[in-house]
Design a protein around this ligand. Structure first.
Ligand SMILES: [Zn+2]
Length: 475
């Protein structure tokens, strides 16, 4: 006897003009039920929203009742969005699935197993998104935007007038305005923030505050302070509230009552340039040969590279165990002699590694499987284009095949990467090693060494580097 399942369709005013009206949803759902040999029991709510909390959808309610009563054994929907956009309704549904294990929840976009926590999480996320995307939310956002756009945002906070304006907090300071515009031009021409900071410090461009200290920290002008001075939307006369640019209902930034120092377009250019640079910026740790390879001899945590002050107050690169990264914080060592020692060891290890190079990792054995899946996908697409099978069939099978394909492609990529790294990087000389990019140098170190343990120097140890405290762990 075929299993009775509820097929549910809904169209609401916000989807008017949507090609997938009730008729279309019905056809697809019935097709899916037929394919799986279920007996459809139809429910339909027309012009009723799934997100407005006060709207009662009679058929939806009836369907849940029937499901709970065991009259139907599951639900088939076009997608979760048509089913509900209300988390409360989803939770009610989940409760029913809890009470009656084995119920079906199928959709044209793929089945959701409401019995597993994974499936529930997915359903909750989907409903939350649909709910958020609803027009109701959009209206609320608009209203809030309108309210914020009229908000009285002042340029002056805490009595301090930002660099660029006169004490009245409204009129531009002509000298400062010129400096900011000049700095903007320099940024666009490729200068760095630090160039501008150095120049400003050298020429005393930034005035001292009443306490005699400069803006920012007492030791001088901070990099971040200069960045803020040059990229703050207030510079272009734009209101900012809690870090967000205020926009009117049309999305245009709202202007404040103070004088702008530059055009919004120019500010946009400068900000885009600075953001683009920070994205390209390689974290300084990447330039340390042994960061992540060096381990603390006290606690075993990976050590990171960073600048440290030596006894004379010079900033020098070092490897440190970090408390904030879960380490003991008890070991630090000047980086350079450690690097030199390790590079010497690696060069001396060249003979041993040549022997290792002969051993290759096994090739990936999933090629045939991948070819088969790709062929199946192509066949399915062809059949659909030739109108041999319905779109609902495609929708039913494609996600499974695509998931298989993606899994195999990931495996393939991993295998290739493993083979590449298995190829020992040959370094004939110190010059050859130095010529390698840092990632390759690190990789080469890792081919010879599993780790480098840096042991604590102990109390009273002099500044002299002791190679005995560096312990290489060979592969
Ligand atoms: Zn440690």
């Amino acid at each position: 006897m075929p299993v009775p399942v509820g097929t549910y369709y809904r169209i609401s005013e916000d989807m008017a003009g949507d090609a997938k009206g009730v008729a279309r949803q019905r056809e697809d759902c019935l097709n899916l039920a037929r394919l799986r040999r279920w007996e459809p029991v139809q429910y339909e709510d027309n012009d009723l929203s799934a997100y407005k909390p006060d709207v009662v959808r009679p058929d939806f309610e009836q369907m849940l009742k029937d499901l709970d009563a065991g009259i139907i054994k599951g639900i088939v929907v076009y997608d979760l969005d048509r089913f509900t956009r209300q988390p409360r309704e989803l939770e009610r549904t989940i409760e029913i699935y809890d009470r009656h294990p084995g119920l079906i929840f199928a959709s044209l976009q793929g089945d959701i197993n409401l019995m597993t926590s994974d499936g529930r999480t997915m359903a909750r996320v989907l409903v939350a998104f649909a709910n958020k995307a609803s027009a109701d939310t959009a209206r609320r956002v608009k209203r809030k935007q309108k309210e914020l756009a009229t908000k009285d945002v002042k340029l002056v906070h805490g009595g301090r007038v930002p660099f660029g304006w006169l004490p009245d907090g409204e009129t531009a300071d002509p000298t400062a305005k010129k400096e900011i515009n000049k700095a903007h031009e320099r940024i666009l021409a490729g200068d760095k923030i630090s160039d501008i900071r150095d120049d400003w410090l050298a020429r005393d461009v930034i005035p001292k505050s009443r306490s005699g200290k400069r803006f920012g920290k007492k030791e001088g002008l901070q990099h971040s302070t200069v960045t803020r001075m040059l990229s703050n939307p207030a510079v272009a006369g734009i209101k900012v509230y809690r870090g967000e640019v205020l926009r009117d209902v049309n999305g245009a930034p709202v202007k404040g009552a103070w004088e702008a120092l530059c055009s919004p377009e120019r500010l946009e250019e400068v900000t885009a340039t600075l953001v683009g640079r920070s994205m390209r910026h390689v974290p300084s740790n990447a330039s340390y040969l042994l960061s992540g390879i060096a381990r603390c001899g006290k606690c075993g945590s990976p050590m990171r590279g960073q600048y440290r002050k030596d006894r004379k107050g010079n900033r020098i690169p070092a490897y440190c165990c970090h408390q904030e990264k879960g380490g003991c914080g008890g070991v630090a060592r000047k980086a350079e002699p450690v690097d030199e020692l390790i590079i010497d060891l690696i060069l001396a290890d060249e003979e041993r590694m040549k022997g290792k190079a002969a051993v290759s990792t096994p090739a990936w054995d999933g090629e045939a499987q991948l070819a088969k899946v790709l062929a199946e996908i192509a066949e399915l697409k062809q059949a659909k284009d030739a109108d041999q099978i319905s779109i609902s069939t495609v929708i039913q099978f494609m996600p499974v095949l695509e998931a298989k394909r993606d899994k195999l492609l990931t495996e393939q990529r991993r295998a290739l990467a493993a083979q590449r790294t298995a190829q020992v990087i040959s370094i004939a000389s110190r010059d050859a090693f130095d010529a390698l990019p840092i990632e390759r140098q690190k990789l080469r170190v890792l081919q010879s060494l599993q780790a480098v343990i840096i042991h604590p120097a102990g109390k009273g140890a002099g500044p002299k580097f002791n190679p005995d405290l560096i312990e290489p762990v060979w592969t």
